[in-house]
Design a protein around this ligand. Structure first.
Ligand code: SAM
Length: 327
């Protein structure tokens, strides 16, 4: 059996973003509308056993890495139980979590014990009022979640900051100092036109090339460190252990090296963050598909992966909100 998933453009798919809920306890203005209610219903959610089956099938075909995301993954009940199930899948080498950290002080230790090795935390501002304006949430909870995660031994902890002109671009240096102090890795992200909210937020778009040029005036940035399995292009800040990754889907897209697909909580596999190409696993699972047919279905799904996103050419393209696939 061929143990690799190769898409029509010759790219090997070895990474799944796994959304365990589309619900979130924050309302970042560029992600989900404040009054959004159109979440998927619990009967549509894949059960933990269904998720395990799909991930097991993909792992059999060469997927090595899974990042648990949402919505906000920590609002899915009993998440550590799912993590334990996934961490027992042989061949899955890397199980990580993407979270807003609001609930992390309660769950960090249980998630570490269950098998999450690395976490990425979204944090757009270190100023309580501004954080509230952006997310409607409470910064104290996030900081305490982060500190609990640090104590629990997660390493590395990566901070993801969406940079928006006139919103938080004046905090880039503060975030750098914060990450140096706590030994976190920092990643900057450009706003993307995903959903109506994401499209409105592109009025705050700032090219990360400009941010990098600005930082280069103040810091010595050593390029090329830590080539990860993902899209971030890293630099190291000389004289510190800080690494900064730039994720530039708009100013310099990285589709030619895309190695990932995204499984939504209702069993829809999205083949690209910037396109609507998809494959539905839930009907197959609930119709009692066999393990061997599930492998075939996974292979078929990958044949649908498009070449690239078209955020610039067709910004209206993606109607779903980012909370559906978790970034
Ligand atoms: N709740 C988790 C979190 O906060 O990390 C996971 C889901 S959240 C949708 C994943 C990431 O997508 C967050 O870092 C968020 O800032 C980012 N995001 C949401 N909408 C975006 C947009 N329009 N452009 C760029 N990033 C976006």
């Amino acid at each position: 059996m061929n143990k690799q998933l190769i898409d029509p453009f010759g790219r090997t798919v070895e990474y799944i973003r796994l959304s365990v809920t589309d619900r979130c306890d924050l309302r970042c203005f560029y992600c989900l509308p404040g009054d959004y209610r159109d979440f998927s219903e619990p009967e549509e959610w894949l059960s933990f056993d269904e998720i395990e089956r799909v991930i097991r099938a993909f792992t059999t075909l060469g997927v090595r890495r899974v990042r648990v995301t949402g919505g906000e993954p920590l609002v899915r009940k009993n998440l550590p139980t799912l993590v334990t199930q996934l961490s027992n899948i042989s061949g899955l080498d890397d199980l990580s979590l993407r979270t807003n950290a609001v609930g992390l002080s309660r769950q960090a230790t249980a998630l570490k014990t269950a098998g999450i090795s690395r976490i990425n935390v979204s944090l757009d501002s270190l100023r309580p009022e501004r954080f509230k304006d952006i997310t409607k949430g409470n910064l104290d909870k996030v900081i305490s979640g982060l500190m609990t995660a640090k104590q629990a031994g997660f390493s590395p902890i990566k901070i993801n900051m969406v940079i928006m002109k006139g919103v938080n671009d004046d905090e880039v240096e503060d975030m750098i100092e914060f990450c140096i102090e706590h030994d976190f890795t920092l990643r900057f992200i450009e706003t993307m036109p995903v959903g109506d909210t994401g499209r409105s937020a592109t009025s705050y778009y700032l090219s990360l090339q400009d941010v990098k040029n600005r930082l280069a005036e103040r810091y010595e940035l050593i390029p090329g460190v830590m080539p990860g399995g993902g899209p971030a292009r890293y630099v190291q800040v000389a004289g510190t252990s800080l690494r900064i990754g730039f994720i530039t889907p708009i100013s310099q897209h990285f589709c030619e090296t895309c190695n990932r697909v995204r499984l939504a909580v209702d069993g829809t596999l999205y083949l690209c963050l910037g396109q609507e190409h998809k494959f539905e696993f839930r009907p197959l699972l609930r119709a009692g598909i066999s393990d061997s047919d599930l492998l075939e279905a996974a292979r078929t799904a990958i044949t649908l992966k498009p070449e690239r996103h078209e955020f610039l050419e067709k910004p209206q393209q993606v109607v779903r909100f980012m909370a559906r696939t978790g970034g």
